[in-house]
Design a protein. Sequence first.
Length: 138
Amino acid sequence: MKSYRKELWFQTKTRRAYINITPDVEGCVRESGIKEGIVLVNAMHITASVFINDDESGLHGDFDQWLETLAPHEPVSKYRHNVGEDNADAHLKRQIMGREVVVAITEGKLDLGTWEQIFYGEFDGRRRKRVLVKIIGE
C-alpha cells in the first residue's frame, strides 16, 4: 500500500470564503500515482472547514446567510470564548460545516457524485491556514 501527504495553504482576503479545492485535490491524486484508495481532506485549523457540496454561488450565499443566522459574528460580547478574541462564531460555523471529507479514488480519479465538489470553508480569514490531503491505496 502506498501513502501520500501534502499540505495546501490558503489565505483569504475576507473573514468568510468558500473555495473550490477539487482541482487541487485532483492534482494530489495524480501526483500520488494511487489508482484505487481513499483521500482524506481536512482543515488543519479550528476555524476552517472542508465539505462537499455543489459549486453554485447562490448556494454559497445561502450557506453564508444560514451560518450567520445560526452563529452571528456580532455582537462578539455575547460569546464567552471572545475574551480577548472575536472568532467564537467561526468555531461554531466550523462545527456545523465539518472538519473533513473522505472520498474514494477509483481508476485514478476522485469518485464524486454528479454535482459534488470539495470546498475549503473559511470562517475567520485573513491569515494563512492549511488543509491536509492524505491519500492511501494502491
